[in-house]
Design a protein around this ligand. Structure first.
Ligand code: G3P
Length: 222
């Protein structure tokens, strides 16, 4: 399962990129709004910084304009994936873009039925929003498992991207469910690496290493 950052922050991308495990990036209008910068500039910078796929979302109100916007976004880089919403206009725009060879990510998916539509539309990626399903007292992980099962039975090639992840166990369970990609905020990504026993172990190793240096210094001076 590839690990993506759900962000439009270049600083966050640079920090995780240096770990060597960043599979790609997903962005959306809300994340761009947080950066308060010119979207075109931000998108191009992210596409350059990241070797993997970067999802850029259309914001146009109807299918014709989504197609025009999608073409512009797709032309920004070979790793650009165009995000379209799971709406009738989004599906029309998405299928038209797919027929032109554009890779699409169908976003705002909240049911297995919508995920079937995304696969039939020829989507490269489908994005079920797990956390937002949990927010309305439903089971986001059950949704993900159902989509992964259906795609396996049907032999759909659309990649399942677990989105709206809120904590490390969402990531672990997404891997168990068979998701192809998990996208997460910086705070969740950085929690993946943390474990108190790792910190304690590091402290002990460091202390013992220093003790050894003192021992050797002592032996050398006798
Ligand atoms: O980018 C799509 C999704 O990951 C958004 O997550 O936390 O806004 O529900 P969230």
């Amino acid at each position: 399962m590839k690990l993506f950052l759900d962000t439009a922050s270049i600083e966050e991308i640079r920090e995780i990129n240096r770990w060597g495990v960043l599979g790609g990036v997903t962005t959306n209008p809300s994340l761009l709004q947080k950066e308060a910068a010119e979207p075109d500039k931000v998108w191009r910078q992210i596409l350059e910084e990241v070797a993997g796929d970067v999802s850029l979302e259309v914001t146009a109100p109807d299918a014709d304009e989504m197609v025009a916007q999608g073409r512009t976004l797709a032309a920004m880089g070979p790793n650009a994936v165009v995000k379209v919403p799971m709406t009738p206009d989004g599906l029309e725009a998405g299928t038209r873009l797919v027929s032109e060879g554009v890779r699409i990510n169908v976003t705002l998916v909240f049911s297995p039925a919508q995920a079937i539509l995304a696969a039939e539309a020829g989507a490269y990626i489908v994005s079920p929003f797990l956390g937002r399903v949990d927010d309305v007292a439903s089971d986001g992980m059950a949704l993900l498992r159902s989509i992964c099962d259906i795609y396996a039975v049907q032999g759909y090639e659309t990649k399942v991207l677990a989105a709206s992840l809120r904590h490390p166990m969402h990531v672990v369970e997404s891997a168990h469910a068979g998701a192809d990609i998990a996208t997460m905020p910086f705070e969740v990504f950085t929690k993946l690496v943390k474990h108190p026993l790792t910190d304690i172990g590091m402290e002990r190793f460091q202390a013992d290493w220093e003790k050894l240096q003192h021992q050797l210094e002592g032996e050398a001076s006798t």
